[in-house]
Design a protein around this ligand. Sequence first.
Ligand code: ADP
Length: 485
Amino acid sequence: MKLSNSILFQQKAYINGHFSDAEGQRTFPVFNPYNGDKLADVADCGVNETRQAIEDAERAFKSWRQLTGTERGQILRKWYELQIENLDDLAKILTLEQGKPLNESRGEIRYGASFVEWFAEEARRVYGDTIPGHQRDKRIIVIKQPIGVVAAITPWNFPNAMITRKVAPALAAGCSVVIKPPKLTPLSALALAVLAEEAGIPAGVFNVIPSSHAAVVGGELTANPIVRKLSFTGSTSTGKILMKQCTDTVKQVSMELGGNAPFIVFDDADIDAAVDGAIASKYRNAGQTCVCANRIFAQEGIYETFILKFTKAVKAQKMGDGMKENVTVGPLIEESAIKFVEEIVEDAIGKGAEILTGGKRFGAEKETLIYEPTVLTNVNPDMQVFSEEIFGPVAPVFKFKTEEEVIELANDTPFGLASYFYGQNHARIWRVAEALEYGIVGINTGMISTTVAPFGGVKESGVGREGSKYGMDDYLEMKYLCWGI
Ligand code: ADP
């Protein structure tokens, strides 16, 4: 791996300020999903390393919490600056282990770093409250304190930003963190650890324990009473397991889980803008984001025009190695991911769907993990493309007649993360925005993620919000002082 700053490439766990081997020097391999090349052999942590990291984090928490918000903010600011200075290298590592196009990786590093910048600033704005007493001789004061040691379990689709979105508010609040990155993409997490150390984040405040035994490490992170909070981003099924595991020690949880985003285009929409939004929302990261448009609904008056323009734009996508600058759609993360997409498309075809473009693996090589950007029509709610999170570059386009009908279809899912719609009528914009049972609504836009807004879902899509002025709340406890005078 050719990097300007080769020290960013680390294969060992980062515990208590040291890069260290796992017990017995156990390792697991990490591969480039584009060509299958082995990139690294990474330390394979188990229960003992996890426990050690938790205990170190507890020790570090005691002094980290004593710093002022401004002091913590200054260190975080330095971490942010180092991420920006090393942007190209961080993006390269990300594309190599994850497959997304370099341009998207650079975008992710900027997005990831923006959380560190934001919470560096927010660190000194953890305000309390005073409440008029209920008796003449009582004064009531509310203070906010860091929750304690935080465990973070993160996914492979955003190997960098899903870490900083949790760690930045946690550290700003005064918590210490133990992160278990995904086994498919641990290298971005370890590169962040290098920069954390350089920025002056004290030993034990930020720990990274890669592992190929997610359930074992997850078991310890959730059972250990020292850990006071679990922040998880991943599938709803794993999130449910982890929430259950957290009950015995009554840990607080933040959960960013799956989605099944509707993307609605009304008859009065700007069709070209809707096509651009649908492309951005659907095909970014080859369809592997939890806010990707999963079900596109086009109203009957514009259905044919939308389909025509959308399919043309989909055909213009460039597939290939994410390391090449003009590529827009890279490989899926692993064989099981592409098999799932194949199954879901087969299910739709078997039930009468029609392929307008795509519908198969790219190119001649059988072993490729690239799935062609695909558009399906003649789809209906009995198909898996309606109910499952596709997590691949496949867009089913449903036809609808009325606003009532499409709201019912859009909400007909246990998920409630992102939703999108396009239209011009102001009264309807309000009605639809209020009727959608989702944590996030994109109105005439397909790009909704930003540091300054609260990201999170309702229903089975999660608990808690990340980013924005609310993002720190997930890492703070409220305490009230009832003061007799
Ligand atoms: P995906 O299907 O996107 O890989 P997962 O929910 O399986 O989503 O993975 C998200 C993160 O959760 C990864 O870091 C993974 O290693 C971790 N994980 C998966 N299963 C468990 C588990 N039983 N306990 C703890 N962590 C887990």
